[in-house]
Design a protein around this ligand. Structure first.
Ligand code: ATP
Length: 238
């Protein structure tokens, strides 16, 4: 098992953002967390990348308890996140943003680094074309590609993606999801948080539905996509 989350509780002051969340992620899988606004999806990802402290519960990665390991060390352990709202460094070029993704790597002068850069450029040819462009001048879709590319530059074993389809045109959404699938097929395990449940369930091996901080349903992507109550609550109009 790559990731084991057990009994996770995280608060913002007295607000219980997530309550007793447990799930696992097997190596090679795409696992998705879906749910409405405020369900606790972002908080879960932030906790996994070390940006929130837990009130209770544990996070075990590759058999090691990392519950108290700081965020920068988790990147070195090869957990990296593409945050909600992209969070690219707007004043830096595409290439500088990608280099920032590799900040904790000690092999930046080696072929492994160049290989990873080539991999990102193969997945996102647009980033190669725009290598020297300042990120803040790019479109939302391009910035999303950059945020994912930057996360990949940490050579993650677990890639955390927070709402990669948010704010994108339908055609671009399709493209982003097919690239996520490709990243996974190349061997990277993916934990995907999405409000676009229809698309997320299509590519997920396992899916969990979060409601007000708790996991209320779990199944394969296919099972949940075919379930009437899930359809009514989360797949309306799709
Ligand atoms: P969204 O899709 O809107 O990001 P989400 O499912 O990711 O929603 P979270 O952002 O994890 O949900 O929020 C879970 C709960 O925690 C919500 O009730 C939210 O209001 C609360 N919350 C999130 N961030 C903070 C914060 N910085 N301070 C106080 N409460 C917060």
């Amino acid at each position: 098992m790559l990731l084991e989350v057990e009994g996770l509780c995280v608060n913002y002051g007295h607000i219980e953002a997530i309550r007793d969340i447990s799930f696992t992620v097997e190596e090679g899988q795409v696992v998705t967390l879906i749910g409405a606004n405020g369900a606790g999806k972002t908080t879960t990802l932030k906790t996994l990348s070390g940006l929130r402290t837990v009130r209770a519960g544990s996070v075990v990665f590759e058999g090691r308890d990392i519950t108290k390991v700081p965020a920068y060390e988790r990147v070195a352990l090869r957990i990296s996140q593409s945050p909600e709202g992209r969070g690219v460094f707007v004043g830096m070029t595409v290439r500088e943003n990608l280099d920032m993704g590799a900040f904790v790597r000690k092999d930046r002068k080696t072929p492994a680094y160049t290989e990873d850069l080539d991999r990102v450029f193969d997945l996102f040819p647009r980033l190669k074309e725009r290598e020297k462009q300042v990120a803040g001048t790019m479109s939302g879709g391009e910035q999303q590609m950059l945020a994912i590319g930057r996360a990949l530059m940490a050579r993650p074993r677990l890639l955390l993606l927070d709402e990669p389809s948010m704010g994108l045109a339908p055609k671009l959404i399709q493209q982003i999801f097919s690239i996520i699938r490709e990243i996974n097929q190349q061997g990277t395990t993916v934990l995907l948080v999405e409000q676009n449940a229809a698309q997320a369930l299509k590519i997920a091996d396992t899916a969990h539905i979060l409601e007000t901080g708790e996991i209320v349903r779990t199944g394969t992507g296919k099972e949940l996509a075919g379930d009437d109550s899930v359809k009514a609550a989360y797949l309306g109009g799709d």
